[in-house]
Each structure stands twice: as structure tokens, then as C-alpha cells.
Write a new protein. Sequence first.
Length: 237
Amino acid sequence: MTQPDRPERHPQDWYVEQTWTVRALMRMVKFDRDYLVWDPCCGLGTIPCAFAAEGFDAIGTDLADRWSAQTLGLPHLFMGEHDFLGGQRHMLENWALLSIIFNPPYGSEPGIAERAVRRALMTASGKVCALLPIRWRASEGRFPFFQEYPPLEILEFCDRPSMPPGDKLGERDPRTGALTAWRRGKTDYAWYVWDRHFPRPATITRLIPPRTPEQKRADRDYDLRRVGVLPLLEEAA
């Protein structure tokens, strides 16, 4: 039986998480408001905007400026283009009280997610939270990393987040004309949480409760409007 072709990955691993995934993290983890929140892979600014909306100081950078060209709120939170895994340091890396919250690149090259998390753990002075597939920890090759850097917590989503490529958020179903972004998730995800104040914890795994169908519709509608895909008078199908 012929398997359907898998869609090509975005060349820079630009996949867009929804705001509800960040709100879920903030509900389950206590963050110190004295710490600056930095997302070095911020894309369209989902994580900085969600934290800023709750009163945190939050900043985003990325390989490319995908944010300011869009009709998005809080564009002043974008601090410019920066390669987090490159050789040049950003001034934010010298911030005394710094937490790094991000959806790191995952599949564009072997081991890139681990490299990104290691860089974050070497840079942050507070918490590091990485949004990654649950299967990321089920790896023989990653065993030494988890021995060296055991997470404080792993927060597993009960309903699957959808992570569409950032350049396809406006695509529509050719049959129905309905927007396809964030319709349904295909991969199980978790927040991996480290705290630099607790370098050798016994990892705790907790579940992020599922949302109601009504909340799922409201969450999707919110983000489609936030990124400017859904006009104000149109309802998401």
C-alpha cells in the first residue's frame, strides 16, 4: 500500500504554537516576575505576547523577522534577528535575571533541539521551558543529556497541540474553503521545565488537562485573529 507523501518541513523549523499552550504552562508553573522572559525562537511572538499579557517583562528574537511585518499586537517586544545557535552572543545573554521559554527547532537537522536546550541551560539563570514532542525524551542517544540535566518537571498535554508551519497559516481546505491551521494536532507534546536553582531534581511528570470543545474553538479563533489570518467579521469553521 502506498503511503501518502509527508509534507515537507519548513526549512527553518518555523512551526507556530497556540497561545493556549503557553497559558497552560503559566497556570501550572510559578514564574518569578523579577526575571525577564526571552524566547529566542519567537516566530510570530506567541510566547512573549502571552507572558506580557500576564504582566511579565518578555522579549523575543528569531533567525528572521517574521513578527513586525504582520499586523500583530505588541511588536515592540521583538528585539531583532538573532541566531541563537550561532557564534554571536546577544546582549540578552548577559541579563542577570533571565528565563528562557521557547518552542525550539526540532527536525531540521539531527540533534538541533538538544543543542538549543543546552544553549538555553547555559544562558538562563532562572527557568528554561521547552515545548517539544513527548517522544523527544524516549531516546537512547539522549540518555546522557537527561542524566546531566534532569528536568524539574515534564508537563504532558492531554489534547494534542497543533503546530502548523508559519508560512501556511492562511491555507484553506480546497473542498470547503475552511481555514486549516490549528484544526487538529497529530503529535503528542509536553513542556520540559528546568530551573537553574534546582540542578539535580527528581523529575515530576504531570498532565495538562484537556480542554472542552467550546474552549478549543475559542482558542483557535483567538489565534487566527491574533496573527491576522481571520478577518474580524469572519468565524472560524
